[in-house]
Each structure stands twice: as structure tokens, then as C-alpha cells.
Design a protein around this ligand. Structure first.
Ligand SMILES: *Cc1c(COP(=O)(O)O)cnc(C)c1O
Length: 224
């Protein structure tokens, strides 16, 4: 059995190399692609080796779980950038603003207004992505494409620092057209950030303009 520290360092180096190679092919700089290591469901003991290997940006999908794991990890390892990649309930906006450095899942007017108020109250501006339901899937989070301009206008009115768009394409079909569509929507709306691509498709996403890739299982192994 390899020790956890070596295994984490090896996996991280592999993903970084794939990001660098893909960025090069796409004529982009590797530094312009942020690797968000999605640590949801994994305990602190699995996360610490990755921090030791140099990873500083992490993603969680639940406020509660992040609040249980990250204060101690931050205490032990110093400055970490923590991103919320999962759906957020409006009544958890205060907690999210206190805990996270970036929120990828802003998708409706009620959440825009809750986050705007929470940021005002906390005196803390947390960069946000607006999540788009890019495959128009019934069950999925994200704002409908048709509603995007109105939601962005509401976010501007609420002084929310929106830095880009985020999507999770439909499972089981080729994601490239959806990434291309998100890239176009971001460009049309004058937004620089594109949060797209996960373990199975982050290279495709980088080819199509991803600035933030959210990688879980390729770094941590399968979730239990
Ligand atoms: C879990 C999750 C990821 C990471 O998924 P992997 O396939 O494990 O890389 C990325 N984005 C979101 C929104 C997630 O919930």
C-alpha cells in the first residue's frame, strides 16, 4: 500500500499535468485555470495530504458538512480558499458568506437577495458564479437560460460580485456542446469566469474556456 501523502501528491501532480497540457493545446495559460478540489464526503484525514501536497483551493457541496470539517483544517494548515459548489438554501446564506470564499451556485432571485443581504451584514464580498441549468433538466439546479439576463440584472442591483457562470451538463451524453454554450452565454453577458468540467470531462471544458474546473473523484478516489 502506498502511503496517503505520496498517493495524494501523485494524483495532484497528474491532474495538474493534464490541466497544463490541455491549456497549452488550447493556447491558454495553465494559471488561468483554477483547480477546485472537491472534497465533499471525504474526511479531514483524506484532505490533509492534498493540502500538504500543495493544493489550496477546495470545494464542498453542503454548508453543514463544510462547517464541520473546514474550521479545524484551516486552523491546522493556514490559508485555504473554500468554494461552495452545491445548492444553497436562502436561510443558510449567512453561514455560507462566513465560511466560503466563492459561491458557484447562485440560481434564483430569492438567493440573490439573501446573499446580497448576508454580504452587506457581514461586510464581506464573496465572488459568485450564477449556475445555469444548461441542459434544461427538470430536476437540476440552475437558472433557465431564458431567465439568465434578468437574474444577472438582479444580482447587479443587489451588488453581488458575479464573476462568471457555472454549469453541470446532463449525465451520460457528450458535454462539449453544453460547455460551448456556457462559454457563449458568459461572453454574451460580459463575464470572465466559466466554472465547468469535473473528473471525467475537465480537459474538454478547458479546451472550451473553463476558468475553474471542479475535480473530486480523480483526486480523492471514488466517494463511498
Ligand atoms: C461532486 C461535484 C463535483 C466533482 O465531481 P467528480 O466527478 O467527483 O469530479 C463537481 N461539481 C459539483 C457541482 C459537484 O457536486
Amino acid at each position: 500500500m502506498t502511503d496517503p501523502a505520496t498517493e495524494a501528491a501523485t494524483r495532484l501532480a497528474e491532474i495538474q499535468a493534464r490541466i497544463a497540457r490541455t491549456a497549452q493545446i488550447a493556447g491558454r495559460k495553465a494559471e488561468d485555470v483554477t483547480l477546485v478540489a472537491v472534497s465533499k464526503t471525504h474526511p479531514a484525514e483524506r484532505i490533509a495530504p492534498l493540502i500538504a501536497a500543495g493544493q489550496r483551493v477546495f470545494g464542498e457541496n453542503r454548508v453543514q458538512e463544510a462547517a464541520e470539517k473546514w474550521p479545524a483544517l484551516r486552523e491546522a494548515h493556514g490559508s485555504i480558499e473554500l468554494h461552495l459548489v452545491g445548492q444553497l438554501q436562502s436561510n443558510k446564506a449567512d453561514d455560507a458568506v462566513a465560511l466560503f470564499d466563492c459561491i458557484h451556485s447562485v440560481d434564483r432571485p430569492s438567493l440573490v437577495s439573501a446573499l446580497g443581504k448576508a454580504m452587506d451584514k457581514a461586510g464581506r464580498q464573496v465572488p459568485c458564479f450564477v449556475q445555469v441549468n444548461i441542459g434544461a433538466e427538470e430536476q437540476k439546479g440552475g437558472c433557465a437560460i431564458a431567465d439568465l439576463p434578468a437574474l444577472l440584472a438582479e444580482a447587479r442591483a443587489a451588488n453581488l460580485p458575479v464573476i462568471g457562470l457555472m454549469c453541470v451538463p446532463p449525465l451520460g451524453i457528450e458535454p462539449a456542446p453544453f460547455f460551448a454554450l456556457l462559454d457563449k452565454l458568459a461572453a454574451d453577458n460580459g463575464l470572465a469566469g466559466r466554472s465547468m468540467g469535473m473528473s471525467d470531462d475537465f480537459e474538454t471544458a478547458i479546451m472550451l474556456g473553463a476558468t475553474h474546473v471542479r475535480v473530486g473523484s480523480a483526486l480523492f478516489g471514488a466517494r463511498g
